[in-house]
Design a protein around this ligand. Structure first.
Ligand code: NOJ
Length: 597
């Protein structure tokens, strides 16, 4: 045997070891790449297929019920006190049974969590608090099996200051990403470039000593605004949406979408009378919000979305319905679903104010999108509740919100009457704005508390310590208890959503207000071809009598056939001439009878 072979044989174990390590390294790399790469097949197949529509020409999202999930608070699968994606995946049966067609999850991307995920440090991964990309894929499979679509929250206006783009941007005035953010010299030494204020308190400019300039942040200083005038920013952010569409998401909710552009000349904003919760003068954000340039970006994002049949929802806070209408774009070429926040501004049960807000939304060309709760506002249970009849009032608000013409976006826990659990002292507050604005601004912890699944410890959300305290009312207001009670808020939601999904008038019908001068009872028809449904909502603590003459609407029947009511002993039908309503009650009846086609 030659020395060469002898040598080779002697070194064989060592060589095999090297080979093993070599292949292991390659396998590990391929595995890691596969983890971070979207699974190729599924969604591309969905590209550009014509979308099915119903008899009225409505697409799936117009007939759907959306449900916002705050992942940190929905269901904790690993008992670390924070909700996670596996937790969400485990609740698909519940969501389906409730009548949910699509969930929008607030941000679950890697983040330092200064603004609980709205400070994203990497748009193409999952924060380890919530799981991993493969957990995301598993959740998506579970959702698909239940016919539930997934929407992500796209934080488009700003990144975290820990995003690689910003780390590079702040490293020098000539760095590759410098112009990806908004950097300016101060007006004078120690003076920011102009008077703009952060909506989270204090100046909207942060001085960065390393390069001697200020950067702009509409929210926290840890959330620097992206410079959307730079085409590289646009390309990178558009690519993010493609990346997730390829992974199978059905669309995005676009965060703070009106704030993408600022006046390049940095005009000062007008000051208004009074001070806000942070002690800053009130200000009209004339030069840094709702600038027209945003519409060009939205048209571009929509073109990308259309290739994947995806849907865009907008966090569209606007001063008027006219301004909101612009977010649909010309011929609907921007957002399909800009949110209408009319209910967020009406914090009492006022038929009159509701009628005005709904009429304005309904008159617009775009399909209305309503919300009564979200992770930034005190829950509707407290906003509308009178402290005595809150459960009945929660059903009245559901009776309104879920029978309007338009798509509703619910907020987790609304369906069981979850209440706000605001911090009792400044030291308990987790949301930074609550610490800054205490006591006038208590922050948003109260509306973000864990979902109440049952009456066991921590409401069945976690076996660990929940990240936010759960209110004592979880003992009665929880999924398990309410599922057993036919008169619970949850059962009312479930029946109402089932009705909404199957009734042509509720899906496709016009909204026709009735008895508009009644100060206590709000009534309207929903009418589609020969289907008509009457909705009557007593928004007062007294019994009320109402009557309806619907002849002018082509309805000649004198009786409504009861579809759903909160009133005890559901009568099969009710006279339209003399209808008595219990305090805070809902009556929904079919009046199709002889409605002409
Ligand atoms: C709106 C989000 O709803 C809110 O929670 C967040 O703090 C701000 N945008 C900043 O991203």
């Amino acid at each position: 045997m030659s020395r060469f072979y002898e040598d080779s044989i002697r070194r064989l174990p060592q060589r095999l070891g090297f080979l093993f390590l070599f292949f292991l390294a390659i396998w590990l790399q391929l595995f890691a790449a596969a983890q971070s790469r979207p699974p190729a097949a599924k969604p591309s197949a969905a590209e550009s297929k014509p979308q099915p529509v119903d008899a009225a020409g409505h697409q799936w999202w117009q007939n759907a019920v959306f449900y916002e999930i705050y992942p940190r608070s929905f269901a904790d699968s690993n008992n670390d006190g924070y909700g996670d994606l596996n937790g969400i995946a485990s609740k698909m049966d519940y969501l389906k049974k409730l009548g949910v067609d699509a969930i929008w999850m607030t941000p679950c991307f890697p983040s330092p969590q200064v603004d609980f995920g709205y400070d994203v440090s990497n748009y193409e991964d999952i924060d380890s608090v919530y799981g991993s990309l493969s957990d995301f894929d598993n959740m998506q499979v579970a959702a698909q099996q239940h016919g539930v679509r997934i929407f992500l929250d796209f934080v488009i206006n700003h990144t975290s200051d820990q995003h690689q783009w910003f780390i590079d941007s702040r490293s020098s005035r000539t760095s590759k990403h410098r112009d990806w953010y908004i950097w300016r010299d101060g007006k004078a030494p120690k003076q920011p470039p102009n008077n703009w204020q952060s909506v989270f308190g204090g100046p909207a400019w942060q001085f960065d000593p390393k390069t001697g300039q200020y950067y702009y942040h509409l929210f926290y200083p840890q959330q620097p605004d992206l410079n959307w005038r730079n085409p590289a920013v646009k390309d990178a952010m558009f690519d993010v949406t493609r990346w997730w569409y390829e992974r199978g998401v059905a669309g995005f909710r676009l965060d703070a979408v009106g704030a993408l552009f600022e006046d390049p000349n940095l005009h000062d904003n007008p000051i208004l009378p009074g001070k806000n919760a942070y002690g800053d003068p009130n200000m009209k954000n004339e030069y840094n919000e709702n600038l027209p340039e945003v519409h060009t970006v939205l048209q571009g994002l929509r073109k990308v979305a259309d290739r994947y049949n995806a849907v865009l929802i907008g966090e569209t806070w606007t001063g008027s319905v006219d301004q909101l209408q612009q977010f649909y774009g010309h011929n609907g070429n921007e957002l399909q679903m800009p949110m209408n926040f009319v209910f967020m501004g009406i914090n009492k049960l006022s038929p009159d104010e509701f009628r005005k807000g709904i009429a304005a939304a309904d008159a617009g060309a775009g399909w209305p999108v309503y919300v009564i709760n979200n992770h930034d506002r005190t829950r509707s249970y407290d906003r509308y509740g009178d402290g005595k009849h809150n459960d009945a009032i929660a059903k009245v608000m559901a009776g309104l919100f879920l029978t309007l013409r338009g798509t509703p976006i619910m907020y987790y826990g609304e369906e069981i009457g979850m209440q706000n659990n605001d911090p009792k002292s400044r030291s308990e507050v987790k949301d930074p704005i609550g610490r800054l604005g205490w006591p006038r601004e208590k922050g948003r912890d109260g509306e973000r508390t864990p979902m109440q699944w049952n009456d066991t410890a921590n409401a069945g959300f976690t076996k660990g310590t929940p990240w936010l305290p759960i209110p004592a009312s979880y003992k009665t207001h929880n999924v398990a208890t309410e599922q057993k009670d036919p008169n619970s808020i949850l059962m009312f939601y479930q029946h109402l959503l089932a009705l909404r999904h199957s009734n042509p008038a509720l899906l496709d019908g016009d909204y026709i207000p009735l008895n508009e001068s009644d100060p206590k009872v709000m009534s309207y028809l929903r009418k589609y071809k020969n289907n008509a449904v009457l909705i009557v909502l007593n928004m007062s603590p007294e019994e009320r009598k109402v009557n309806f003459d619907l002849a002018s609407e082509g309805v000649t029947t004198k009786e409504a056939k009861t579809l759903l009511t909160t009133e005890p002993g559901m009568d099969a039908s009710r006279s339209l001439q003399a209808m008595t309503l219990q305090p805070f009650s809902v009556y929904i009846g079919d009046v199709s009878g002889d409605v002409p086609h």
